[in-house]
Write a protein that binds this ligand. Structure first.
Ligand code: BZD
Length: 797
């Protein structure tokens, strides 16, 4: 049956049994969850492959423009349910498993979560893959097949402990190894001149081998490819060394080559400056460029047509070396003039910026860069020279102060540069790319992020999805703006009650999970207030916990008052070397221990930090949220995408005017959003005051009391000084203006409490958030890229 698409439950049952028997070599009597999951995955995969082959064939036939999305990260999570849902096979799969006495959910949950990304940037890439396939835009995702994805997080005495992630330990059913697609890449060595030609002679060679994963869109109308590269040695095994008894040295080349695709570097890691990271960036960018050219060459003789067939998107600057690499091949290897090579490269390349934080803008020491990529450093100098000739008064360059600046380089090489929310794009023009924008005012465009409704509503929230489909039909899944049609229903008798019931059921399901997985019983009647994201000072998880501490102290003053019960949930990972962020995790855990044990307060306030945040945990938490915490310092969060997922699932946002919060508030209406805090320009002004934090502390006794509680050691009696440095940091430096925003945050939180006591009002606001979040579909974002940046077309008729 393999390769033939099963249609009915009967067919599907047969396909399942075939794979269990012939792919897994198991008898149903003895099959484990793993065997059933693999058999199911293969049955679904066969069906996907049919669409995949048809799409690939059509792409070759039509020979239109292809989009290449280069990203160091694809945070794809689990794929089985995605495949089943997109193909509309859920009923068939359930029935087939049922008939063998297997539980569908349990089998789905057996799949490891592919965490090939750190956070928003990687998850955005995964949502984009889903939308590209749903829209039918011929596209390839290119990245690295990390053997170890983002670390697993656990807590020991409240502290984050990291362990290696091992998603590839079990066979991965979704990928196809392509041993025939291999490219040899070089590092180091010399650049020489021969007969007037410049030739790079690398001293170290490595191979990149392709692994393909089909990505099927909604209703299987199109499927694209995610191609991930794995490092391989050119000569994997030295028989001479082995025979001489040096077994370890005999395989050393292979071990070294594999290390290039071994680990995902964590965001903000102090280690990120290491040579291996730069090697990873060149490795996957160079392999992808070769693959793109090979595909182009198979159909075309005239390289000048490249920009009509190829649009390359660099997801942040991590793949920025792809530009100089393409230029090098066109100029050095194919003999085009530098100017022509640059022109072609420029018309193929585009760059998305995801941060304005100066410390996060990628820069490389020019000595390291020149040692690994000597020819590319020369090419970057020529790009600078050419830019200088065209714009003699400019002061910026891609290489200066002993560094190679990947943001500036990307800007100069790219045809279009985009920000990820309206505010962020505006700030990009005013700050980091001010000078370059003045020279190239047409280059920067905005494409506000979005999320795929298939995963982030249809799959993760089946009850809300059913209610929506019953109310307005099912076209919303591929056309999310249709959610607007819910608005009249919200006014109808009984609808809001059903909507509220869905939330109640989702909260009960989360309580059940937390109880089973962690032995903690949450109060299902309470408001579920959730902050889930990477741990970072600018995201201000410490503002949240400080306000929670202040609130707890007030409850303790008067335990019998009429408090609105809350469950505060946190989840998120801190980079291994980011000690302040790790201390905030520990503080939340330490405080939770004290507060959750306090008989005076525990009925109205519970605090839980759930370990090992990943895509799967987000899928459980978001449908159960009442309140979404989006409280970054204005001007610092480029967009956010979690904020969109929460609104789409009927949570209300408490947030600053930062990133895409601005557009969420515009869409859902100011009345349906709890706004607080300074605006981006007020933040900049306020920071100029040397004593901004002390002024804020002096003006707000609640804040002063919370900071005193930190200093007193109340939450860490065994080590009273543990959090003094956090209190000191906030008092004396407070770069992210936690203290200055505290009072208004407190005010907004009390407004939240007030509205929560009026269930009708709350439910209506939440329902309006769902109805008005259609614009945040990544389908809309991808259509924007196709039109404004790539000039690409859908091949679905
Ligand atoms: O990108 C995030 C931004 O912080 C979010 O505001 C935004 O919504 C998303 C998507 O545009 N940035 C990241 O996730 N960045 C990283 O993960 C990262 C990874 C490696 C190195 C540097 C940053």
């Amino acid at each position: 049956m393999a390769g033939k698409a099963p249609t009915s439950s009967q067919d599907f049952r047969h396909a399942l049994l075939q794979h269990l028997t012939y792919t897994m070599g198991k008898d149903p009597e003895h099959a484990q969850f793993f065997d059933w999951r693999m058999a199911l995955s293969h049955a679904v995969r066969d069906r996907i492959v049919d669409h995949w082959v048809a799409s690939t064939r059509k792409t070759y036939e039509q020979d239109g423009k292809r989009v290449y999305y280069l990203s160091m990260e694809f945070l794809i999570g689990r794929l089985l349910e995605d495949g089943i849902v997109n193909l509309g096979l859920a009923e068939e799969a359930k029935e087939a498993l049922d008939s063998f006495g297997q539980d569908y959910r349990t089998i789905l949950m057996d799949e490891p979560d592919a965490a090939l990304g750190n956070g928003g940037l990687g998850r955005l890439a995964a949502c984009f893959l889903d939308s590209l396939s749903t829209i039918g835009c011929p596209a390839y995702g290119y990245g690295i097949r990390y053997e170890n994805g983002l670390f697993k997080q656990s807590f020991v005495d409240g502290r984050q402990v990291e362990a290696a992630e091992t998603w590839l330990q079990e066979p991965h059913p979704w990928e196809f190894e392509r041993p025939e697609v291999r490219f040899t890449l070089g590092f180091g060595g010399d650049v020489i001149s021969e007969n007037g030609k410049t030739i790079w002679k690398p001293s170290e060679l490595i191979q990149a081998e392709a692994f393909d994963t089909p990505i099927v869109g909604w209703q299987g109308r199109w499927a694209n490819t995610l191609r991930l590269w794995a490092g391989r040695a050119v000569d994997p095994f030295d028989l001479g060394l082995f025979n001489s008894g040096d077994f370890a040295a005999a395989s050393e080349h292979e071990a070294l080559a594999r290390s290039i695709s071994r680990v995902l570097y964590p965001e903000d890691s102090n280690e990120a400056g290491k040579e291996l990271r730069l090697k990873q960036e060149y490795f996957f960018s160079a392999a992808s460029i070769r693959d793109i050219l090979r595909r182009f060459d198979s159909k075309h003789d005239d390289i000048r047509l490249l920009p009509t067939k190829v649009a390359i998107q660099s997801n942040d600057t991590h793949p920025a070396i792809a530009g100089p690499e393409l230029l090098r091949i066109l100029h050095d290897e194919r003999g085009l003039s530098f100017e022509e090579a640059f022109d072609i490269t420029h018309h193929c390349m585009n760059y998305t910026n995801h941060t304005l934080l100066p410390e996060a803008l990628e820069r490389w020491d020019e000595r390291l860069f020149g040692r690994l990529l000597p020819r590319h450093l020369q090419i970057i100098d020529r790009i600078d020279d050419a830019h200088y000739k065209a714009h003699p008064h400019r002061t910026l360059s891609a290489r200066s102060d002993g560094q190679v600046k990947m943001g500036e380089l990307s800007f100069m090489v790219s045809n279009r540069v985009n920000g990820v929310s309206a505010l962020h794009t505006d700030l990009m023009k005013k700050t980091v790319f001010k000078e370059l924008n003045a020279l190239h005012p047409e280059r920067i465009v905005n494409e506000t992020n979005g999320v795929t409704p298939r995963r982030w509503l249809h799959s993760c929230n089946p009850k809300l999805s059913s209610l929506i489909t019953e109310t307005i039909g099912d076209e919303w899944v591929a056309d999310l703006e249709q959610l607007k049609k819910l608005e009249p229903a919200i006014e109808e008798a009984g609808w809001l009650e059903r909507f509220t019931q869905v939330k109640t059921d989702n909260k009960a399901a989360l309580c059940d999970y937390v109880s089973k997985a962690h032995g903690i019983n949450l109060n299902p009647e309470a408001m579920f207030d959730i902050q889930i994201k990477r741990m970072h000072e600018y995201k201000r998880q410490h503002l949240n916990i400080l306000e929670t501490i202040a609130h707890w102290l007030e409850i303790k003053d008067n335990p019998s008052a009429d408090w609105v019960p809350r469950v505060k949930l946190f989840a998120g990972k801190a980079a291994q070397g980011y000690y302040f962020a790790k201390d905030i995790i520990r503080l939340i855990n330490d405080f939770a221990k004290v507060a959750n044990a306090d008989v005076d307060t525990r009925d109205v306030l519970q605090v839980v930090f759930l370990p090992n945040y990943n895509v799967t945990l987000a899928e459980r938490l978001i449908p159960a949220a009442d309140l979404s915490e989006q409280i970054s310092t204005a001007g610092k969060e480029a967009s956010g995408t979690g904020n969109m997922k929460f609104a789409l699932n009927g949570a209300l946002t408490i947030g600053t005017l930062d990133g895409a919060n601005v557009e969420i508030r515009e869409q859902v209406g100011a009345d349906n959003f709890f706004l607080f805090g300074m605006l981006a320009d007020e933040v900049m002004q306020r920071r100029m005051m040397h004593d901004h934090a002390q002024q804020a502390i002096n003006a707000d006794p609640r804040l002063a009391r919370a900071l005193d509680a930190l200093r007193s050691g109340r939450f860490s009696p065994e080590d009273p000084g543990r959090y003094t440095h956090i209190a000191d940091n906030l008092t004396w430096s407070d770069y992210f203006l936690v203290c200055s925003d505290f009072t208004d945050y407190w005010r907004a939180q009390r407004e939240v409490d007030q509205v929560y006591t009026e269930p009708q009002k709350w439910a209506k606001m939440a329902a309006l958030n769902v109805a008005r979040s259609g614009w945040f579909s990544s389908d809309r974002t991808i259509r924007g890229y196709m039109c404004d940046i790539w000039e690409a077309k859908s091949l679905i008729p």
